[in-house]
Design a protein around this ligand. Sequence first.
Ligand SMILES: [Zn+2]
Ligand SMILES: [Zn+2]
Length: 235
Amino acid sequence: MRILDFIYPKQCYGCKKTRTYFCLDCASKAKPHFPQVCPVCERPSPDGIRHKYCQKPFSPNGLHSIWAYEGIPRKLITKLKYKFIEDLAKDLSLRAIEGLQKYKPLTSQSLVAGDNKITLVPIPLHWKRENWRGFNQSEELGRLIAQKMGWKVENLLERVKNTNQQVGLKGQDRKTNVDGVFSVLSNIPVIAPTRPTSNLVLFDDVWTTGSTLKEATKALKKSGVRNVWCLTLAR
Ligand SMILES: [Zn+2]
Ligand SMILES: [Zn+2]
């Protein structure tokens, strides 16, 4: 046991059981995000696959959110927004992949094997909370998840425009706020034309209106990426 564990013992945010921040019991009671929804119209769709009638150009192929944004997952995600605690992030991502491993579109053999290997792309640092904290929670969480799923991680996006805080903005304003905000970093092999089937998973902690993830998808697809899935811990 480390000294720190002794002074500040880890406790489950749900039941106060020690040694973990998110125990198996509480994870089994956390409300999964169900049904999954189409990333374009946000109406139910099996496996979160974009509806046939929602094929808007440059829109995400699918969306998978692990939990409903409430209860313990919400508590932990919020906690991490303000203070990044590595062990807490680890416990959260550990529980997240238990849900994710049952998700077929991102775990089927054809995707996991060889050239189609999945690459996780974190959303660049949020304007929700500025850089002063010195970490990008989505990136850190994304890395932990990718590691456990056997995915690669690449930072393919950069923010080229400063945006106002999304918090407090509604629907259309949020969309306008993120218009053209991302650009794709060039010379990255994963999106080279020789890899047209690359499967990218854009990761963010929470899907609120989806405007950020949709805008990031648009940037990636405009540079030739064919498949972009959105993955969030909660919605
Ligand atoms: Zn618990
Ligand atoms: Zn739809």
